[in-house]
Design a protein around this ligand. Sequence first.
Ligand code: PMP
Length: 397
Amino acid sequence: EMAIEGLLAHRIAQLKSSAIRELLKHSKMENIISLAGGIPSDALFDFEGLSQATQLAITEQPKTAFQYGLTEGSGVLRDRIAELCAVRGVKTRGDDIVVTAGSQQALDLIMRSMVDPGDVFVVERPTYLAALQTLELAQAQVMSVSSDADGMVVDELEELLKKQRIKGVYIVPNFGNPSGVTLSYERRLKLIQLAERYGFVIIEDDPYGELRFTEERNPTLFQLAQEQLGSTEYVLYTSTFSKVLAPGLRLGWAILPDWLLHKVAIIKQAADLHASALSQTVAECYLGLGRLDTQIEKIRHAYKHKGELLAQLVEKELGDVITFNQPKGGMFLWAKFRQDDFNTTEWLKKTLEQGVVFVPGEFFFPDNIDHSTLRLSFATATDEQMHEAVARLRRAL
Ligand code: PMP
């Protein structure tokens, strides 16, 4: 007798629902303060600008907004994204860009176009959970190298490359989720050199690069490859409007070399034909209003304040038991208990009783799990909630 589940594809039958999503159910309960969510603060959204842009989109360009569009994305928007990228030191052309349903889709399409079952892809430890999911769905063999205050330990990657053929490296070089750390200049340089020498691609995922708390800006891997190697053949750059404008638009993009772009476009046709024309027209109109720079400044300023406040509170209330990376951008504070055998997943039950949630670190490790780690988000809680949340964490000890 065969269970109906037997009809599922093998690679799907194994999948489990994201543990974080399960946890986040609790964060919706009354009186719970959540430091768990990875979402931007909607208190900072530019609703006025978004509303103007939406009006413009539907009154001035209704046919574009409501009609089918091109698989690679709207030509005007791709050009505007290329202009945005130039500010980040990423010199590209609209023609090299594919507009996707969030950068999440860009990651999924890239993995689907590159991974044969068993191909080795390397990530940093810890890494972005949903990137791991795209790798697993594509049946990659995921290996990991450790990461410290300067980001991925690239020397460890080199050791691995000596013994192991690797097809790709997935990395978030700026204010990573969950670690919050930034890859140092020396390691950036070494990483692109290794990619060229050993012939693997780097998937440079950069959703948080603009959310810098200081004026320091490291060159993207894409820019370094352009300047130092004279070629970006080995770097696939992805970014998104989610953290700087609005995630609900579901708009991100990938900059891809010729050999990959057309393949990705074919898979995108099969997946969804193209990203929402309405969203793309709204984004195009929004960029036309010239408000994005001011908006990014506003978010940077607010997150810097929140990041520093959370760091201060954690230091003061929990500094005797916890160490952490000082956030220099992005949305997350990554912390670790001094006591190595502390288990944050177990502890979460206690913090829930006190009315505060976070994400236990274990979910961000593909292997070599460190149970004593945790991710705290400072993006959405108010100052008052943050004071109370840290006091509750203290009480839960
Ligand atoms: N990459 C990283 C590192 C992220 O943290 C996220 C969002 N949590 C994404 C990609 C995907 O975001 P989106 O699809 O909204 O662009």
